[in-house]
Design a protein around this ligand. Sequence first.
Ligand SMILES: [Zn+2]
Ligand SMILES: [Zn+2]
Length: 188
Amino acid sequence: MTVRALRDDTYLVDTDGATYVVDLDDRSCTCPDHALRGARCKHLRRVAIEVNERLVPPPGKRAGACAVCGARVFVPVGDDGSHLCRIHRPDRGEFVRDRETSKLLLVTRVTDERADERRTESGRPIDEFESNADYGGHEPVVEAVYVAGRRPVDGRLDVAGERRYGFPASRLRRLPDGEAPDYAVVGV
Ligand SMILES: [Zn+2]
Ligand SMILES: [Zn+2]
């Protein structure tokens, strides 16, 4: 059996020379087994398994590609922005290091806006900066604040009001376990 997601949130199931359409939300299938007995037929079960194993997108999502490594990611249908896989997508509030300056930053937002569409306050696309030349203009912009050189007070660093800078995603390196500072950050 092969399963293919269609654009209208249904799935095409090819099996033994026949093709059926499964609708997960309706829990329906066009096969005779389902029509006769209203059974949860093998096609419905197969689609449910493939969605669970992330082999096909769940309803409402479509297959896309990570802008950094090309790995398959499922993104909301109609969302035409740029996306990252779980490995390349940092979390909000995560410490990262700038590959160009080695400075420590803290991620405040992961956008789906492309680096070649994002402009600084002076109107310049951020992918035109020389320091961003080695990173893809198609990558989503990650916003971050500089924490390098700043000292936490009472074990906390307050970044509220700090200026947010946008970077092409792959310019910011996620830190291995143990390399991130252990103080708390507030105001993200
Ligand atoms: Zn069926
Ligand atoms: Zn990736």
